[in-house]
Structures are given as C-alpha cells and as structure tokens.
Design a protein around this ligand. Structure first.
Ligand code: UD1
Length: 419
C-alpha cells in the first residue's frame, strides 16, 4: 500500500505549472472513438484514470503510443463495440464511451461504470438522453445493451445539468443527420473543451458553455492534434494549499475564469491573488478567515471537486464556516479523517459546520476518494508533527505525483510503501 508521509508546518514557495485537466481528457479520449484517423493529444497527463481510458480505447482496437508529453491514438483499427467489466469498473468515465460507440457502430454493450465512492452515481440521465435520440437500451445482468440503428437528431432535454450526460449526448449526436439541440446542458469548461476538440476534427457544435448546445450532424471526422485545457481543480487545490500553509506560490498555465467561484470566495481572505495572463500568484501571510457559507453547485458555482480541500482550509481558519454539499450524497467521507487531525466539524445531512482550530495535529488518516484524499494531504501539510495519508491510489487517479508538486514548493512530503 502506498501512503504519503508528511511533516507539517512548512511554508510553500515557488512556481508550479498546472497539468492538463483529467476531466477534460477523459471525454476527449471517448471522442477519439468517433474518428478513424490518427489523433495526437499534447500535454497528455498520465493519471491513473486517463491511462485506464487509454486501455479502454486499446481494448476497443485502437493503437496508442505515449511519447514524452503527448499521446498518439490510431483510431482506424477500433473495431469492438463492447467494453469489459474489468476496465469499466475502474472509472466512471467509461460510460462516456457509450454515446461514441453507439455513434460509430450503431450498437454497444457497456457495463455499469465504476469510479469514486461519493454516493449513488446513477446514469439515468445518460440513458434518458440517448433514448430521446432514438437509442434502444436494455439493462440486463449489469450491462447496457444498446441499439442505435434508429437514432435521429432532435431535441434532448436533460432534467439536471449533468456533466457526463451532456458529454455523452454530444458524442452520440455528432454524426446524426440534421440538428440536435440539447437543453439544460452542464456548462463546465470541460464541456467547452470537448466541443472545441470535436470541432477541430470537423464536427459542428455550437453553444457549449451555455445551457443549450446545438450539433449539426457531419458525415465524418478528420484526425488532428489538440491540447486540452489545464486542470482547474488542481489549480484550486494548490491555491488552497498555499492559504493553509502560508506562502508565495505562482501557478502557471492557469485559466482563472475557470476558478472564478473559488477566487470570489477567497476575496478579502487574508491572501493576495494576483492574476497576470495565465499566471496566478497567491500570497498568504496570515491565518485564513472563515467563510460564512459555501454551497457546491454546477459550474459556474463552487465545484464539489474542491469541497474537501476548502474544508481542510476552513478547519484551520479563524471563525466558523458552513459548507453545503449539493451534488453528491456521500461526499463528506473525509470529515471523520480530518477530525483525527483535530478538526472540529459537525455534519448534519448535506451541511457541515466547521469551527476553525488554530492548530491541527499529525495522525494516520486514510483516503476514501480522490478529492477527499487531496483535502487530507492539505490538512497534513499544516498539522503539527507527522501525518500519514494511506491509500493514495485514490489521489493518483487525478493528480500526477502530487507529492512531487508539493515538494517543489517546499513541503515536507514523501511517498512511502507500507507493508
Ligand atoms: C463530473 C466530474 C466529477 C465532478 C462532477 C460534478 C468527470 C470525469 N467527472 O462527474 O469530477 O465531481 O462532474 O461536477 O468529468 N446524476 C444523476 N443521473 C445521471 C447523472 C448524474 O442523477 O445520469 C446526478 C449525480 O448523482 C450528481 C449530479 O447529477 O448528483 C451531477 O453529476 P454529473 O454532473 O453527472 O457528474 P459526473 O459527470 O459523473
């Protein structure tokens, strides 16, 4: 088992360039299924999840080659329309491939997806959306058996702006003759990036980033090269790390618009955020202040993927804060672990009340999920003494060697293997 061993208390200083977004790359890789030429993705991040998605493409028949910081995907040999349980159970994003496989082969057999244990993660909106396009989907023995022979363009209305459902329906619509209109779409930057990627190959998608997306069907996509956006959640994680530890950190390759809700919440919070082009300098010299109330919401609201990290920050802030988790029902699993470090947090249903403590104390904690794990690392960085964070494979799903990034900034953190 791999763990992080942290000796808390160091101030963070230096410059870090932010990696490519996991959540942008995953649907883009699913989009490669629509193509029968070569695609090169630059600045390809080697997270566990993106590597698993590459394995899924390979299993479907694609050939993939990872060079220094890019990946080449030969899509002409994609020939299978079925994903094995062994791969689908590893990542929830395997479900994105359903729309693309249906589009390419007019049929698909896809198992229920895996992913982080942050509560029930239904896929009803994906299925309902694809059915509105005419797909026939039968759920049997843990598999979705799908027939896309009668799929047609039209109007698809999504009950809730789900990121994955929006991406899946977009991917399913690229080749449908006529115009498909998706209503009540998610507006996350990763959706805009997927549309930009597909458009760069010849798709005709407009409106991404708004709540209505229109897709004019095309007959084929070309190959091409693309550089996906950088990771707004990693950016936010390191901004919060700097606030927690104190420091002077410059993050480069950042699109600050993508983290505007975080920046808004940190205004007047004992730190200076200086934005110049794609650089964000964070200067924090005082203990952070509590935030009266933060609620997670779909973009452009405060991201649920930064909720554990901001909770770690609020655990050492001056005053009492309230965090409401509106997106996922079990996304407070880090709370019991933060309490082991001395945090004072009371949870009632989807609300957490955090009384900031002037000091946390090192302890042995266990990651339960990806972003919760990141929150624990942040708390360990400020805790007095030694903290061990176990099961960091969760963190590796979405941060590439997080410990190396933090070491660069001066943190005392090591990856260790426990028997
Ligand atoms: C994506 C992100 C994830 C992030 C989440 C919310 C990727 C790979 N993952 O996940 O990191 O935490 O957005 O910002 O991009 N829902 C349903 N039925 C469905 C689909 C979703 O009820 O068919 C619900 C979910 O349970 C959840 C809400 O809708 O309560 C939002 O989920 P969704 O936006 O779909 O998240 P993901 O795409 O899975």
């Amino acid at each position: 088992m791999e763990s992080f061993f942290i000796c808390g208390g160091n101030r963070l200083e230096g410059e870090l360039s932010i990696q490519t977004s996991k959540n942008a790359v995953l649907p883009i890789l699913a989009g490669c299924i629509l193509c029968d030429k070569d695609i090169i993705l630059h600045k390809f991040p080697k997270y566990e999840d993106t590597l698993t998605m590459l394995n899924i493409l390979e299993d479907l028949g694609a050939k993939t080659f990872i060079y220094d910081d890019c990946v080449k995907i030969q899509c002409d040999s994609i020939s299978k329309s079925e994903i094995p349980v062994s791969l689908a159970s590893k990542i929830r994003s395997s479900i994105f491939s359903l729309g693309a496989i249906l589009s390419r082969f007019k049929k698909a057999k896809v198992p229920y997806p895996g992913g982080c244990a942050i509560g029930a993660r239904p896929i009803d909106l994906h299925i309902k959306g694809l059915k509105q396009l005419g797909a026939k989907i039968v759920d049997k023995h843990g598999y979705l058996y799908c027939d896309g022979t009668n799929m047609k363009s039209g109007v698809v209305s999504i009950d809730f702006p789900s990121v994955g459902a929006t991406e899946n329906i977009m991917l399913a619509s690229v080749f449908l003759k006529g115009t498909t209109k998706i209503i009540n779409c998610a507006r996350e930057p990763e959706i805009v990036d997927l549309a930009n990627f597909l458009n760069s190959l010849g798709a005709k998608i407009s409106g991404a980033g708004n709540s209505i997306i229109e897709i004019e069907g095309v007959t084929k996509l070309d190959g091409g090269e693309y550089t996906p956006i950088t990771d707004r959640i990693t950016t936010g994680t390191y901004v919060l790390a700097t606030l927690i530890c104190g420091g002077d950190v410059t993050l480069s390759g950042v699109n600050c618009e993508h983290i505007s809700s975080l920046i808004h919440n940190l205004k007047n919070n004992c730190c200076k955020l200086d934005i110049k082009g794609d650089k964000l300098r964070v200067i924090a010299n005082k203990r952070p202040k509590a935030i009266s109330k933060i609620e997670t919401q779909p973009y452009p609201g405060f991201p649920t993927d930064l909720q554990p990290q901001i909770m770690a920050m609020l655990s050492v802030a001056r005053g009492t804060s309230v965090v409401v988790e509106n997106l996922f029902e079990s996304r407070f699993k880090h709370v019991s672990e933060l309490k082991k470090l001395g945090a004072d947090i009371l949870v009632n249903d989807k609300t957490a009340i955090i009384k900031g403590k002037s000091m946390l104390y090192g302890a042995n904690v266990v990651c339960q999920d990806l972003r919760g794990g990141a929150g624990l690392v942040l708390a360990g960085l400020v805790a007095k003494g030694y903290t061990t964070v176990d099961d960091v494979f969760h963190i590796d799903r979405g941060y590439y060697h997080m410990e190396k990034d933090l070491q660069k900034l001066g943190a005392n953190i090591e990856r260790i293997t426990k028997a």
